[in-house]
Ligand binder design. Structure first.
Ligand code: GLU
Length: 508
């Protein structure tokens, strides 16, 4: 790649299902690299395999990018000068490249019927080679433009007989390239089969389309999951044959994200109870729902932070990064070549850090919705943000706010009376009666004064304040949790505090 080429990277998902952690991390690394270099981030939909197309997957991908804030500069939705960005809409432009390869001797027409292919697999099957591939050892025994006489090939083409175009993999060549993460990578071509490039219906396969589109869209760097590494020799050769090796983008194959037992899978999520998709994904074919990070209560800031450091660091001990910091510090060379282990507890730690770090006003709408879904209406908007700020330390995931903040806006439905009753007595009862009176008469209402008054009253009655604090907490909160009890009383306000104490006294 010439150094003057503008940085243009792409994320090229096939709309075959939900976007999982690894997919979003590929988006993120593309995005960060593009923004770091002042380049463009392109999203291209690779939908040439119509059999695997899943309705809803494309919308889902765009919604995920919106939620994470990793929006592309160009895409089927965002437009751009290199469109269309959906491969199915580009169908007519691929054939000429496949024909060019045939003309130059790098590809050939293959007329084998499905039955003939089946027969080939049966005939060539051996113990060492249980699933024989259409490759340089077999192609000479098949019906293709390498084995048939030229006039017959012409006739078959003229009659529009169903055929595909296959790459003619060299027999024993070494294909090398420099991967930005792995360094020198090389393959022997003899182990790679003659992949189909153009299908019988005229649709390209992924292999042809990815190379042609990366070329036409002027992609400078191609970052993708390491599951594509075995396909790299095919792509490198296609680049060489069609556009010249100098035009080729720089490659980086991103390592897998590992679950507790190897590659992170949807099944790991189900088994260990953590989300693997960015957002809830319902498989339209089966109706099966897989939980997502968004619905679980992750903040997008935390989500991209935890993904960024899943396989990358900036060389320091820093773990919490804002998006602008990531853009500034990201470099693809610092992505580790080994797989990164996903740890859900650590993921939650990141979310907790971000809940504390952000202003409560940044996520108040999400929290309000969670409260409303539990029948808790936030009637006092002026108190809402102070309440969230007071309890956010205790919230790891957004739904934790329901327990930690809900009692401010709705009196508890249940009270842990068992925690009070065994030690309850006359003197405590009369203390709280007096406390109500003093609260009612006080003309200030803040945590500090409430605490001072409370302690003075306890001292005057020779009761240890510790004996009284737990009952007070349960009167206000319902259970043994929450921030400082006088801070709670301050935010609840005089009237509500008194009402709750009075109510509990009737139960004791
Ligand atoms: N369409 C491929 C996928 O679904 C893209 C691979 C690539 O980026 O080259 O992952």
């Amino acid at each position: 790649m010439s150094s003057t080429k503008k940085v243009r990277v792409r994320f090229a998902p096939s709309p075959t299902g939900g976007l999982h952690l690894g997919g979003v991390r590929t988006v993120l690394y593309n995005y960060l690299f593009a923004k770091h270099h002042g380049g463009d981030f392109i999203l291209r939909i690779e939908d040439t395999d119509q059999n695997r197309y899943m309705p809803g997957a494309e919308d889902y991908i765009f919604n995920c990018l919106k939620w994470t804030g990793l929006e592309p500069d160009e895409s089927p939705v965002h437009g751009g000068a290199f469109g269309p960005y959906r491969q199915s809409e580009r169908k007519p432009l691929y054939r000429q490249y496949a024909e060019q390869l045939v003309k130059n001797g790098n590809a050939y027409y293959a007329f084998d019927t499905p039955e003939e292919l089946e027969k080939m697999r049966a005939n060539f099957k051996t113990e060492q080679n249980p699933s024989p591939q259409y490759d340089h050892t077999i192609r000479s025994a098949m019906r293709n433009s390498l084995t048939l006489p030229a006039n017959e090939v012409e006739k078959l083409l003229a009659e529009n007989v169903r055929h595909v175009i296959r790459i003619k993999m060299p027999e024993n060549e070494t294909v090398c390239f420099t991967d930005m993460i792995r360094g020198e990578v090389s393959f022997n071509t003899s182990v790679v089969d003659d992949k189909v490039l153009l299908k019988a219906d005229g649709m390209p396969t992924y292999h042809l389309a990815v190379v042609v589109d990366d070329y036409l869209m002027q992609i400078s760097h191609a970052f993708r999951g390491e599951e594509w590494l075995p396909s790299a020799p095919v792509h490198i050769l296609l680049w060489k044959y069609l556009f010249g090796a100098d035009a080729m983008p720089q490659w980086a194959h991103l390592p897998l994200i590992l679950g507790p037992n190897g590659k992170l899978s949807k099944r790991d999520g189900a088994k260990y109870g953590f989300p693997v998709f960015a957002m809830n994904w319902t498989n339209p074919a089966t109706g099966e729902l897989t939980e997502g990070f968004k619905e679980k209560g992750f903040l997008p800031e935390a989500f991209i932070n935890l993904l960024a450091v899943l396989g990358w660091n900036d060389g320091s001990e820093q773990e919490i990064f804002t998006k602008p910091e990531l853009i500034e510090k990201f470099s693809i060379e610092r992505v580790h070549s080994g797989g990164a282990k996903f740890d859900y507890e650590k993921a939650k730690w990141f979310n907790h850090e971000w809940i504390k770090k952000l202003q409560a006003s940044d996520y108040q709408l999400q929290v309000k919705e969670l409260l409303e879904n539990k029948g808790i209406a936030v009637t006092d908007q002026a108190q809402f943000i102070p309440v969230l700020d007071l309890v956010k330390e205790r919230c790891i995931l957004l739904p934790d706010f329901v327990e930690q903040a809900g009692f401010f806006f709705k009196a508890p439905e249940k009270y842990d009376l068992d925690a009070i009753k065994p030690k309850w007595n006359e003197s405590k009862q009369s203390f709280f009666v007096a406390l109500i009176r003093s609260f009612e008469l006080s003309n200030t209402w803040n945590a500090h004064d409430l605490e001072t008054g409370f302690k003075e009253m306890a001292a005057a009655r020779q009761i240890k304040p510790g004996e009284l604090l737990l009952p007070l907490r349960i009167m206000l909160v319902g259970g043994k949790f929450g921030p400082g009890v006088f801070q709670i009383a301050e935010l609840l306000g005089k009237e509500e505090t008194v009402t709750r104490i009075k109510y509990l006294l009737t139960l004791l």
